[in-house]
Design a protein around this ligand. Structure first.
Ligand code: ADP
Ligand code: MG
Ligand code: MG
Length: 883
């Protein structure tokens, strides 16, 4: 078996498609060489060898030595130099390169092949001893760190070779690395070698073959270094992939002022603008640009300093972009005015750049519209729709939680909803910081720029509500301790404590879950024309309809501007929390008999009616699914003494009687308690009056000439009999309320309990539509409380026990199987049964693709996720075509 592929001299064994075997870097080096581009010759040891070495305690397959020797001989021939030779020595780089891009996570060693003899030869041959010793000191330090593991005792201490070099610089009064004389560099090399001997007990290896095998081993080992491990976990890269190792003849950017090294993008990676973008340093080697030792110059300067090399770079950049039909991220070196290409890959980019580049490539005739849609990562559209932290000004974070709702927010912290309102009224921008939020905090959330909670998860109340509002939110920030009464909080962890008081400023990044103390600069979302163009292509392809979860006319308007085709979930209870309404709601709950409840409900009716009427007008003929009351009643109950007193007065009861009522309504497990349609089985008047509000609103709007399509949805059905009874009740109330107005309406149910999926065929007898409530269905299928999962779910994800948060990404094997069962059952009874989803998964790309495959009619998601769902729906169709 062959373990090595050669490249250089205008040809290569292998192409870009061989990434699994050659790694991304090796495969694209081969591709560039085949295209006849100026690539220094070299060879790539395959990922097979990495896997073999991992399985054999670092051992290599038989015959690898001979293959390396043979490959090296070819490189020597092409480069016109010999490895270890005393007159024309070949120097090489030994480079890591995994099939998936992992920038900077593994190790690379430059200038390998230097020892006291070869350095002298290079000095003579180049007629530049300073250059030779500059390479040597770089190599000895890199080799010492990467291969021999010489490192500072403490992580944050200065690394030994840096310390030594700084001492040498100080002694020789050199400000910068380039100021070091040959003598100073010689001194540094001697001190580096002494440090290696001291730290490892073994001298630095002079033998170049020992050096080479040491470096190959170290690069393979770097596949398993902690950095790489964390990066793999974050990006779901399997450890079994392994890395390749490329050995390549060195070219030198540090031979003088007609030499340079740099990185370039074929388009601007933050804006997507078609311009050569990048940085370079003259008289430098690769790592100098990223290491920040010297401040690099903008690529435009290269056109002035080395015009011919710049022109060549521009030509190669265009050629590579056209060839790969995507924006490229290039690494290059210029040696005495001649350009060499060292790497190319598809460039990482912001959401904005992603959209612009995809659309521009279509305009340039390089992609078809459908290909452009497949280039768009729907989840990244978040960044396009929300303001973000300026990537140029991003320090280390102070604390981290779950990225519950994207975007960024800066504000003064407050610890209660009430304080949020007061501060906001004074014109302050606030962040609501809570241990957890309850529905009662909604008015505080509404005025806050962002929300931070210590508890909760991706679908806890604060997360759902914040996403609905398109508001930045970080939940499950476990380092956060809030003392609301004292108006203080703290981030506690790692033996440190950072204290916060009311009014202190934080910056939240809801897209990463990061929290920063102090303000950071933001860049606003710009909804460009490109996004509109992309969306036209998307809409032409997709089969799923996309609706929105919206409780208020404002949400509904936002969602329509993002292309929502109806409301898939309007939660009526969110209308109850406004201060002037909550009292009536509480009266209804505390009432001891039906008459009392009806009296209270009569106060609520006109308010709900006007809410619904406004929603119907905004949606202007699009379907509006309204869910009747769902949450446990105690969520609405007063807890503060002032609120108890107020309620007691308005009901003519004593505060003690009200307090007693509140404690009577307390449930051990409210999520599984008296909620959903169970409320209406016990107190039918609740749904009856809600329905009347819907019907009267619909009639009013219809009579004013606006088409209205209400779909009334009954939550948490577990047995068909519940739906049979409630359908009868709702149907009757609706017909009465409409009073003959021309309003076609339907009555359906949420499927959010495993039992409902199993008996879906029977439930469908009473339903015009199903809407899968996947938040509760996930919770009840997993037996996992979404409000408490924050305590241990992060550990499950971290240790790989679960592949992803099931509240964020629909679990296809368990919850998904139940959904498929439910769809089959429902359509067995009613072939045309309309099926949708209204859980938070409705806006998550892989979950949307699942819904497409399961034959759904629509998905519904929060307003800011509507464009994401549209793209995901289109990609689902295109992916099917490919399969
Ligand atoms: P990373 O994956 O961290 O980018 P690379 O293997 O790409 O590591 O190497 C980093 C840098 O080292 C390159 O960008 C380039 O500037 C320099 N480099 C690597 N190989 C060579 C070489 N053969 N000649 C000159 N410079 C090289
Ligand atoms: Mg690189
Ligand atoms: Mg539910």
């Amino acid at each position: 078996m062959k373990h090595i592929r050669q490249f250089g001299g205008g040809s290569a064994e292998g192409r870009a498609k061989d990434k699994a075997l050659l790694g991304g870097k090796g495969a694209n080096l081969a591709e560039m060489a085949s295209l006849g581009l100026p690539v220094p010759p070299g060879f790539t040891i395959t990922t097979d060898v990495c896997r073999y070495a991992i399985a054999h305690a670092g051992g290599y397959p038989d015959g690898l030595d001979a293959e390396v020797a043979e490959a090296l001989a070819k490189v020597e021939e092409l480069a016109g130099a010999k490895f270890g030779d005393h007159s024309a020595p070949l120097l090489v780089s030994v480079r890591s390169g995994a099939p998936a891009s992992m920038p900077g996570m593994m190790d690379t060693i430059l200038n390998l092949g230097l020892n006291d003899d070869t350095v002298a030869a290079i000095a003579t041959k180049s007629n530049n001893p300073r250059f030779a010793w500059d390479c040597y000191r770089r190599f000895v330090a890199m080799y010492g760190e990467v291969v021999l593991g010489v490192a500072a005792a403490e992580e944050d201490d200065e690394q030994p070779f840096d310390r030594i070099l700084n001492d040498v610089k100080a002694k020789h009064r050199a400000h910068k690395d380039q100021d070091l004389s040959e003598a100073a560099l010689r001194e540094a090399v001697a001190l580096f070698k002494a440090e290696i001997l001291r730290a490892t007990g073994t001298p630095f290896p002079d033998d170049v073959r020992t050096q080479l095998w040491g470096a190959i081993g170290a690069v393979f080992r770097s596949w398993n270094n902690p950095r790489a491990d964390v990066y793999r976990k974050m990006n779901n890269i399997p450890v079994a992939m392994g890395t390749a190792v490329s050995v390549q003849a060195m070219v030198f950017g540090n031979l003088g002022d007609d030499c340079a090294t740099g990185v370039a993008f074929t388009r601007n990676p933050s804006t997507g603008v078609a311009e050569l973008y990048g940085e370079f340093l003259t008289n430098a080697q690769g790592e100098d640009v990223v290491a920040g030792i010297r401040t690099p110059e903008g690529i435009a300067e290269l056109a002035k300093k080395l015009p011919a090399a710049y022109a060549e770079l521009a030509r190669v950049a265009k050629l590579l972009e056209d060839h790969f039909r995507d924006m490229q991220d290039l690494e290059f070196t210029i040696q005495h005015g001649k350009l060499f290409m060292l790497q190319t890959r598809n460039g990482k980019r912001t959401g904005t750049a992603m959209v612009k580049v995809a659309v521009d490539l279509v305009a340039e005739g390089k992609l078809t519209p459908n290909e452009a849609v497949m280039r768009v990562d729907p989840a990244k559209l978040d960044e396009v729709l929300h303001p973000t932290i300026d990537p140029k000004a991003r320090p280390a974070f102070t604390a981290k939680g779950l990225p519950a709702s994207p975007g960024a927010a800066i504000g003064k912290v407050v610890f209660t909803a009430k304080a949020a309102e007061e501060w906001a009224q004074r014109g302050e921008t606030v962040l609501l910081v809570r241990t957890d939020t309850s529905p009662e905090d909604i008015h505080g959330m509404k005025v806050a720029a962002g929300i931070l909670t210590a508890r909760g998860g991706m679908t806890s109340h604060s997360a759902v509500v914040a996403r609905g509002m398109g508001k930045c939110c970080v939940t499950a920030c476990t380092a956060l301790r809030v003392d609301a009464p004292k108006k203080t909080a703290a981030f506690v962890g790692g033996g440190k404590e950072i204290k916060l008081k009311e009014g202190d400023v934080l910056t939240l990044d809801g897209s990463t879950g990061e929290v920063f103390v102090g303000p950071l600069p933001l860049v606003p979302a710009k909804l460009g024309a490109e996004l509109g163009t992309l969306m036209q292509w998307v809409d032409a392809v997709r089969k799923l309809r996309v609706r929105t979860n919206a409780d208020t006319p404002i949400d509904a308007r936002t969602a329509r501007s993002f292309g929502a085709e109806g409301i898939g979930l309007c939660r009526t209870e969110h209308m109850f929390f406004q201060p002037e309404r909550i009292l009536a709601v509480r009266e209804m709950i505390v009432a001891s008999d039906e008459t009392g409840r009806r009296t209270a409900l009569a106060k609520i009716l006109p308010m709900q009616r006007s809410d619904f009427a406004e929603l119907f007008r905004v949606m202007d003929g699009l379907p509006v699914t309204i869910r009747l009351l769902d949450p446990p009643l105690h969520e609405f109950l007063p807890h503060a003494q002032a609120e108890i007193d107020e309620l007691a007065t308005s009901l003519g009861l004593t505060p003690q009687q009200v307090a007693q009522k509140v404690s009577d309504l307390t449930e051990a497990n409210p999520m599984l308690g008296h909620r959903g349609c169970r409320l209406a089985i016990t107190f039918p008047e609740i749904y009856e009056i809600q329905t009347r509000a819907i019907g009267e609103a619909a009639a009013e709007v219809a009579r004013a000439g606006v088409a209205v399509h209400p779909e009334i949805m009954i939550p948490l059905v577990m047995v068909p009999e519940e739906l049979r009874r409630l359908r009868e009740l709702v149907g009757k109330a609706m017909t009465e309320a409409l009073g003959g107005a021309d309003v076609p309406f339907t009555i359906g149910t949420m499927i959010e309990l495993p039992r409902a999926c199993v008996v879906a065929d029977k439930i469908a007898e009473h339903a015009d539509f199903f809407s899968f409530g996947t938040n509760d269905l996930t919770q009840t299928t997993f037996g996992l409380s979404r409000d408490d999962a924050g305590r241990f779910l992060p550990t499950y994800l971290d240790r790989g026990v679960l592949p992803s948060d099931p509240f964020a990404v629909l679990d296809p094997d368990g919850v998904g199987a139940l959904i498929e069962l439910g769809v089959r059952g429902g359509r067995a009874t009613k072939p045309g049964l309309k099926v949708g989803i209204c859980g938070e998964h409705g806006g998550e790309p892989s979950s949307v693709e699942f819904c497409h495959r399961a034959g759904f009619d629509y998905v519904s998601c929060s307003p800011f996720r509507v464009p994401i769902a549209r793209v995901a729906a289109a990609r689902a169709v295109l992916a099917e075509g490919k399969a």
